[in-house]
Design a protein around this ligand. Structure first.
Ligand SMILES: Cc1ncc(COP(=O)(O)O)c(C=O)c1O
Length: 408
């Protein structure tokens, strides 16, 4: 019995649950968690994350696209699902049919949404984003009062929340975010004077939640910290634990003489006779091409040599003679400090932790872990419950090896 897959992501649901409890502790009982599960819950698997979130008392889920919302409904999620990105009119029918809650920023769209809701016989809950400085979507703060007054008149729309978004609540200087809050609060006051009181107000993303407690309002709209990662310039919170790790196994080990090139472009050739390990992970899995000749993986810190290819990456095992085919290789793991962290891989890839997580594609099996044991595996070829026992063997052997290595 051995590990049934070669390259996988482990998603530790206990850590995820404990992060959510930590967030709820930070924000207090009067506020709710709006969990952002777009981009397949930042690569963790939206269906499984939504299910775990419901168990932890999350109030609302946020997706970016129509199909992400439908996916949650098809999987049986009953939580409110807000679509954060603008939808097109052609998507309204399906959004209404699946009881998704669009963000509206355009009167034409709002009218069409109201008409579709009327036709369906049920009002539709919607949300309005006010652009106080993000410069991406929503209604500009200057026109927001008129817009909200107009959609208030539409018979089948139920304004459920008003929100804004920070472009840099993770900056060292929070003055821009504070000025956004001033604009937002002034708008809320003007709306109240006109009798418009959105039932829920929200602004804080992860960085806002930690760096600007005054931005927490009724809901905090978080992704990153729920998945256990710290926004820049936020206080270190040891209670937030990385949920995802990215692993593989050596599929081949080869002896190459000094000067023998490795991989496309022949960008690496060992100065000495080398043992080169082949890892079945490449940019087609979400392991960036920029990690070529730059990244490290943990088979005792083996450096990536040569170019990362679509499916395979080579590491230099010359100084790690004990390495064997089948050994685990860790691309990143927040729980095991000798292994690279997600943040390191992001830095080596010249990108953000967000991008690294959400570009790990469908060809990578997700192994959901509770109590240190695999409880569910989802793969390109479907969910494979019969694999759980085999994966559990691998986890047990690994735990033994770690314990033995720690023994003095
Ligand atoms: C509108 C909106 N709100 C909240 C978030 C969550 O951000 P974070 O993961 O930094 O908490 C995002 C993510 O990009 C977003 O686009």
């Amino acid at each position: 019995m051995s590990m049934p897959v070669s390259t996988w992501v482990e998603v530790d649901l206990d850590r995820f649950g404990s992060n959510l409890r930590r967030i709820r502790e930070l924000i207090g009982d009067r506020r709710g968690v709006f969990l952002v599960v777009k981009a397949d819950a930042y690569g963790h698997g939206a269906v499984e994350i939504a299910e775990a979130a419901a168990q932890e008392g999350v109030a609302v889920l946020g997706v970016a696209t129509l199909h992400e919302g439908i996916q949650l409904r098809q999987a049986g999620s009953r939580l409110p699902v807000v679509v954060l990105s603008p939808l097109l009119e052609s998507e309204i029918g399906e959004a209404v049919a699946h009881q998704l809650e669009p963000t509206v920023a355009d009167l034409e769209f709002a009218r069409a949404l109201s008409a579709a809701a009327q036709q369906s016989g049920r009002p539709v809950r919607c949300h309005v984003e006010v652009d106080t400085g993000m410069g991406r979507t929503g209604v500009r703060v200057e026109g927001a009062e008129e817009f909200l007054a107009a959609i208030d008149q539409l018979p089948a729309l139920r304004l459920t929340s008003l929100y804004t978004h920070f472009p840099d609540a993770d900056a060292a200087d929070l003055s821009f975010a504070r000025s956004q809050l001033d604009l937002f609060e002034a708008l809320i006051t003007r709306l109240a004077a006109r009798g418009i009181r959105p039932p829920r107000i929200h602004a804080a993303n992860s960085a806002g939640t930690l760096n600007l407690p005054e931005s927490r309002f009724d809901w905090v709209r978080v992704g990153l910290i729920a998945y256990g990662h710290r926004p820049p310039h936020a206080p270190v919170d040891p209670a937030l634990l990385p949920v995802m790790s990215f692993k593989s196994r050596l599929v081949q080990i080869r002896d190459l003489p000094a000067g023998h090139p490795v991989s496309y472009g022949r960008t690496f050739a060992g100065a000495r006779d080398s043992r080169i390990g082949v890892v079945p992970v490449g940019y087609g899995h979400g392991y960036s091409w920029l990690l070529s000749n730059r990244g490290f993986m943990q088979v005792a810190g083996a450096p990536v040599v040569g170019r990362v290819t679509m499916d395979l990456t080579m590491v230099d095992l010359t100084d790690i003679p004990a390495a064997r085919v089948g050994d685990e290789v860790v691309m990143f793991d927040g729980a095991a400090p000798p292994a690279p962290s997600l943040e390191e891989v992001a830095r080596w890839s010249e990108t953000l932790p967000y991008e690294v997580m959400c570009t790990i594609g469908k060809r990578v099996t997700r192994i959901y872990v509770r109590g240190g044991r695999p409880v569910k595996l989802t793969s390109l070829v479907g969910e494979r419950s019969e694999w759980a026992e085999r994966a559990a063997d691998h986890f047990r052997l690994r735990a033994h090896a770690v314990a033995a290595a720690r023994r003095p």
